[in-house]
Design a protein around this ligand. Structure first.
Ligand code: NAP
Length: 310
């Protein structure tokens, strides 16, 4: 039986692992599909405290992993496919390889995944010009026009990154003002390679017959007109959905699937189960807030385990 299992190895999961291992809980960390979490898919992180020159997301996550392992965290590349949670534990986790892990306490830190446009053409052209990660795929699209969908920080960050490669980048947003932070907006408006397509939604991604993206058809919501825009790639950056499906019906969630916690604590509705990071935070969604919540979850779990021992 495990004392404490942490599901997820992004900022929240690994920070929980650092704290829990330093508290001698010998935690088992199950990384899931994306070890290191979303920061491994980004370029430079400029707002994580302590790095005045910025740090690459991948490097930051490697450092967190090493730090967690240094104190005895056991990190395994397995995914939880289903969970049987019992108030007070033990909780049973079924892994992708069929193995069952029993654990007294559990921290769910499974993060979030990209939201899709939900268009059949998007699905047909995924990895054929449709991408959700500029860092991963941007360099494939040199000297062609690139479309980025969304108006938040992610969309602007991706657009600025992609401007290094594409002949131009067209940012398609459904409103007439960006949601992104002011500093990101300033950079976007100053970049000569960025163009903006306001008040527009994507009706279709073009190129299905050819097997690769040739453009997008957008609907201008103000004029009601459809227009085709030529491009060789489409990067979708319209937010994320929490990775909480394995806990549906057991852990309380809001309408969008974010886990509910007993704020300011990280306990869920099931005793001995705690949640941290983007799977339970639809407000801040920052690397540093995820790390902070991971720290709180580890302390909450440690105290709860201590209370069980009387
Ligand atoms: P977000 O802030 O939720 O923005 C999502 C964007 O996509 C919004 O502009 C939204 O439009 C649009 N959108 C949502 N659903 C759509 C749909 N079905 N079709 C078309 N457009 C759609 O998500 P995010 O940009 O991923 O950022 C998430 C969090 O991470 C934020 O807190 C952000 O500040 C943070 N972040 C920070 C940085 C940085 O500081 N460098 C970088 C990346 C992310 P509306 O505006 O109309 O709602």
């Amino acid at each position: 039986m495990e004392q404490l299992t942490i599901v997820g190895a992004g900022c929240a999961g690994l920070t929980a692992a650092i704290y829990a291992s330093r508290a001698n809980l010998n935690p088992l960390v199950l990384t899931g599909m994306l070890p290191g979490g979303q920061l491994t898919q980004t370029t430079e992180v400029e707002n994580y405290p302590g790095f005045p020159e910025g740090i690459f997301g991948f490097d930051l996550m490697e450092a967190l992993k090493k730090q967690a392992e240094r104190f005895g965290s056991r990190i395994r590349g397995e995914q939880v496919v289903s969970a049987q949670l019992a108030p007070g534990g033990p909780h049973k986790l079924t892994l992708g390889n069929g193995e069952i892990v029993e654990t007294r306490a559990l921290i769910v830190a499974t993060g979030a995944s990209p939201r899709y446009l939900d268009l059949p053409s998007e699905q047909a052209l995924r990895n054929k010009g449709v991408s959700y990660c500029a860092t991963c795929d941007g360099a494939f699209f040199r000297d062609v026009p690139i479309a980025v969908i969304g108006g938040g920080d992610s969309a602007v960050e991706e657009a600025l990154f992609l401007a290094r490669f594409g002949s131009k980048v067209i940012l398609v947003h459904r409103r007439d003002e960006l949601r992104a932070s002011k500093i990101m907006q300033k950079r976007a408006f100053a970049n000569q390679k960025l163009e903006f397509c306001w008040n527009s939604t994507v009706q279709e991604i073009l190129g299905v017959e050819k097997g690769s993206v040739t453009g997008i058809r957008v609907l201008n919501k103000v004029s009601g007109q459809s227009t085709d825009i030529d491009c060789g790639a489409v990067f979708v950056a319209i937010g994320h959905v929490p990775n909480t499906a394995a806990y549906q019906g057991q852990l309380d969630m809001d309408d969008n699937g974010f886990l509910k916690v007993d704020d300011p604590h990280t306990s869920t509705n099931i005793e001995g189960v705690f949640a941290a990071g983007d799977c339970s935070d639809h407000v801040y969604q920052q690397a540093v807030t995820a790390a902070g919540m991971g720290c709180r979850a580890a302390i909450d779990a440690e105290r709860w385990l201590g209370q069980q021992e009387g």
